[in-house]
Ligand binder design. Structure first.
Ligand code: GAF
Length: 392
């Protein structure tokens, strides 16, 4: 899924080379965190529900070393010059803007939680495409967080890091996202999908050995321009929160499937009813998917993926024509199941396919795009990979 103009070469080498070139010194270490796809469970995280993401082999790498005082200097391979900020800017959400806000947000969230964050110089390189719904922002947050925690010898176990990274995104950057992406970037394990209860933050690593089963997950970058994605995301979240309030429950996770019909009759607004139906049924699809995976029945999750897509298209209304085209073409070409993954209004589709037919399915999607006059989509097969880690 390499974009034209994307830097080439190993991502860790690029981060190190950038560090040496910018700062004329060796980094003290390198930390990596992945992008993610969500196998199933969309817009359920901020409803206290269930999600099942897995980490991509595409990573963001931060090469870093301490520097004196409360100063942070950050260079990214996608920017011309480094951004510098001190405690004053870090302590005022919104003060640092653009890509560096994700870094400043992490410094802010650590400081707000009472940690003595070490000053640092950082160089960032990434293979996670920006704006494709693969969570490049959580990958930066997770990698920077890992670097600062280790450089400063801070006491912050992995299970407490996602909430902190989420605060960086919610309160410093100003995006009202849930906790899925940061959890995936930090807590995923190779060969597994991460079953996360977003209320309790308890996790179960679900074996998802595609290779052994002769299967592949094909990720299709729709290349659809994001249409008002931020505003639409925020409005979906508001609508869910309002519905929970009207139904007298702490969150939509508390509406049981058995009570769904009765709950829907208590809401006047048809649009709100559909939003609620998506969230409640999506939580059930996650639980069902997990049960099938625990039983080793990977192929059988296909229809659940496709049902999830229909629910996002018809009830949550977050898909776009490019995305629906990719799903339909993948299914017509023999995928076991396919769905949009991520927040919506563009981004990526995932399709569960026989490994031997991955190329044919990818070709079918490219052809369907050409027939509709859409820009050529990116395609990539992926295996569940590791969460944030120190490289050396
Ligand atoms: C985005 C958000 F960041 C996540 O928290 C989640 O809500 C997702 O959209 C939808 O499932 O990736």
């Amino acid at each position: 899924m390499t974009e034209p103009g994307t830097p080439v070469g190993d991502v860790a080498e690029r981060a190190t080379a950038g560090f040496r070139q910018r700062y004329g010194a060796e980094p003290a270490g390198r930390w990596a965190a992945p992008g993610r796809v969500n196998l199933i469970g969309e817009h359920t995280d901020y409803n206290d529900g269930f999600v099942l993401p897995f980490a991509l082999p595409l990573r963001t790498v931060v090469a870093a070393a301490p520097q004196d005082g409360e100063r942070w200097t950050v260079w990214s391979e996608l920017a011309d010059s480094p951004v510098e900020f001190g405690a004053t800017e870090a302590d005022q959400p919104g003060r640092v803007t653009g890509w560096a806000a994700y870094v400043a947000g992490v410094v802010w969230a650590l400081r707000a939680a009472g940690h003595a964050v070490p000053g640092a110089r950082l160089a960032i390189a990434s293979d996670v495409p920006l704006g494709s719904g693969l969570s490049s922002s959580a990958a930066i947050e997770a990698a920077v967080l890992a670097a600062l925690v280790e450089l400063g010898g801070l006491n912050l176990p992995a299970e407490r890091r996602p909430r902190l990274a989420q605060r960086a995104e919610n309160d410093y950057v100003g995006a009202p996202t849930g906790i899925m992406d940061q959890s995936a970037a930090i807590r995923c394990r190779e060969g597994h999908a991460l079953f996360l209860d977003c209320r309790t933050e308890s996790v179960e690593q679900i074996p998802f050995d595609l290779d052994a089963a002769g299967l592949a997950v094909l990720v299709i970058d729709s290349r659809a321009p994001h249409r008002h994605a931020d505003g639409e995301y925020a409005s979906r979240r508001k609508s869910c929160e309002r519905a929970a309030e009207l139904l007298g429950v702490p969150a939509l996770r508390d509406v049981s499937p058995a009570d769904l019909d009765a709950a829907l009759t208590r809401l006047d607004d048809d649009e709100m009813r559909r939003r609620v139906r998506h969230v409640v049924t999506e939580d059930q699809r996650v639980l069902h998917t997990v049960a099938l995976l625990r039983a080793g029945r990977i192929r059988d999750i296909g229809p659940l993926l496709t049902a999830s897509h229909a629910s996002m298209r018809d009830d949550f209304e977050i898909t776009v024509p490019e995305i629906d085209t990719a799903v339909e073409a993948a299914l017509a070409a023999g995928a076991h199941g396919a769905r949009m993954t991520g927040g919506g209004f563009g981004g990526c589709v995932l399709a569960l396919v026989e490994a031997s037919s991955a190329d044919a399915v990818a070709r079918a999607v490219v052809e369907a795009y050409a027939e509709r006059g859409f820009a050529t989509p990116g395609t990539l097969t992926v295996l569940p990979s590791a969460g944030a880690t120190r490289l050396d």
